[in-house]
Write a protein that binds this ligand. Structure first.
Ligand code: NAP
Length: 381
């Protein structure tokens, strides 16, 4: 029986992870869960899975837990995350969204645990350091992102023969749009992803293709690649979850219906596989297509290539500016195309630090948030 801790259990990936544990109760035992503010759902999860320990980020609703449970171990705030993770467990799933996932990733790696990593931001903002921690503490990161799970499976130990990897992108709800058409798209339209059901930030990031840019950076660190070994192509059906091209010009790809329970299940069961109840592909009904990505309209891909070359604190600034801009777009404060303008402005103002420490990255993150907020509110930094 594998003991599992799920960070961000109330989110989209967190809930899907609990669904897998629910369907495989002979293999997995949930021993810890966490959330930011959604205590009501957390309480339901504690009751259903009989979870002995929890971590909450905000102490505002702490009373709801203390009122309901006598024998629950409760950890509160960022300073408690290390202590919370120290319990005896086999796998930590990091399904927290955004920059907030970085410290939990590092704390998990320091414990030498298997980390099923959905929080791509950890690798985007601090890829070099995260990989160093993985090596130093002999822990093991298994990617949860569907594209990276696909690549991880497609490489099959043959890293030294990789020519390039091909990350597939659905193209989001605005595939085929030009900039004039994108000017007035609404948050409601941007939240309608054609193939995946996800949290709000990642859904908007999929519409701008910032998510794909982040995945390029994530892949660079996960698989030790150069920027010119990473290609993005549009594949609207989201059936081929990514491919690897080897030096002999053969390709391997991974196909399945778009359901995150498949890569999450793989991250839990690796190197074995578990049965999944989420549906099979109808091979005869498939009509797969691949298109070039329009980098002039969706500038995030071009930006990601530049950021990968520059490295340093640039990726942290890219992520922070995007988090602020997406939030402003969702609140109808800025338009869709302004998201990239905010990112470009903040990147341009950043004084890049090569080989940053965690403290440098946290500072760059804080600086970029302030700069993005000031730019959005009409003042320049
Ligand atoms: N959704 C997908 O299909 C998908 C696919 C691939 C990768 N990912 C990646 O997986 C991560 C999670 O995505 P998601 O779509 O599941 O996000 P989500 O639905 O927004 O859920 C985020 C989770 O993180 C918690 N959280 C948010 N801020 C936190 C903080 N400061 N401290 C502690 N916990 C915090 C939330 O708690 P509350 O509920 O209390 O707010 C929630 O449990 C992201 O990095 C995303 O890029 C997602």
């Amino acid at each position: 029986m594998k003991k599992i801790v799920v960070l961000g259990s109330t989110g989209t990936i967190g809930r899907l992870t609990l669904d897998i544990i629910r369907n495989n109760s002979d293999k997995y035992k949930l021993i810890g869960i966490s959330c930011k503010t959604n205590i009501d759902l957390l309480i339901k999860q504690i009751n259903e899975f009989n979870v002995p320990s929890v971590h909450i980020y905000d102490k505002e609703n702490l009373y709801k837990l203390t009122n309901n449970f006598n024998n629950l171990d409760i950890y509160v705030g960022e300073s408690d995350i290390g202590k919370f993770l120290q319990q005896d467990c086999d796998i930590i799933v990091n399904a927290i969204s955004g920059f907030a996932g970085l410290i939990p990733t590092i704390e998990s790696l320091k414990l030498g645990r298997r980390l099923a990593l959905a929080n791509k931001e950890s690798l985007v903002v601090a890829g070099r350091l995260v990989k160093n921690y993985e090596k130093q503490y002999r822990s093991h990161i298994i990617p949860v992102d569907s594209e990276h799970s696909a690549i991880f499976q497609c490489i099959n130990g043959q890293n030294k023969y990789i020519k390039k990897i091909i990350l597939t992108a659905s193209g989001g709800p605005f595939r085929g749009y030009n900039k004039d058409m994108l000017k007035y798209v609404t948050p409601e339209a941007a939240l309608k992803h054609p193939t995946w059901k996800m949290g709000k930030r990642i859904t908007i990031d999929s519409a701008t293709l910032v998510n794909k840019g982040m995945e390029m950076i994530e892949a660079k660190w996960l698989f030790g690649l150069n920027h010119d070994q990473i290609q993005v192509i549009v594949h609207p059906q989201s059936i081929v979850h990514s491919m690897v091209q080897f030096i002999d010009n053969s390709y391997t790809g991974l196909l399945s219906i778009p359901d995150m329970r498949i890569p999450i299940g793989y991250a839990l069961s690796f190197p074995e596989r578990i049965e999944n109840y989420c549906g099979e592909l109808n091979l005869f009904g498939l009509n797969l297509s691949f298109e070039e990505v329009d980098m002039d309209t969706f500038e995030a891909i071009k930006l990601a290539y530049d950021i990968m070359k520059e490295d340093g604190t640039y990726p942290a600034v890219f992520n922070a500016a995007d988090e602020v801009a997406v939030d402003a777009f969702l609140r109808n404060i800025i338009g869709f195309l302004d998201i990239i303008d905010v990112i470009k402005y903040v990147l341009d103002k950043n004084k890049n630090i090569k080989n940053p420490t965690i403290a440098d990255i946290i500072e760059a993150n804080n600086w970029a948030r302030t700069a993005a907020k000031r730019f959005i509110s009409g003042r320049t930094y």
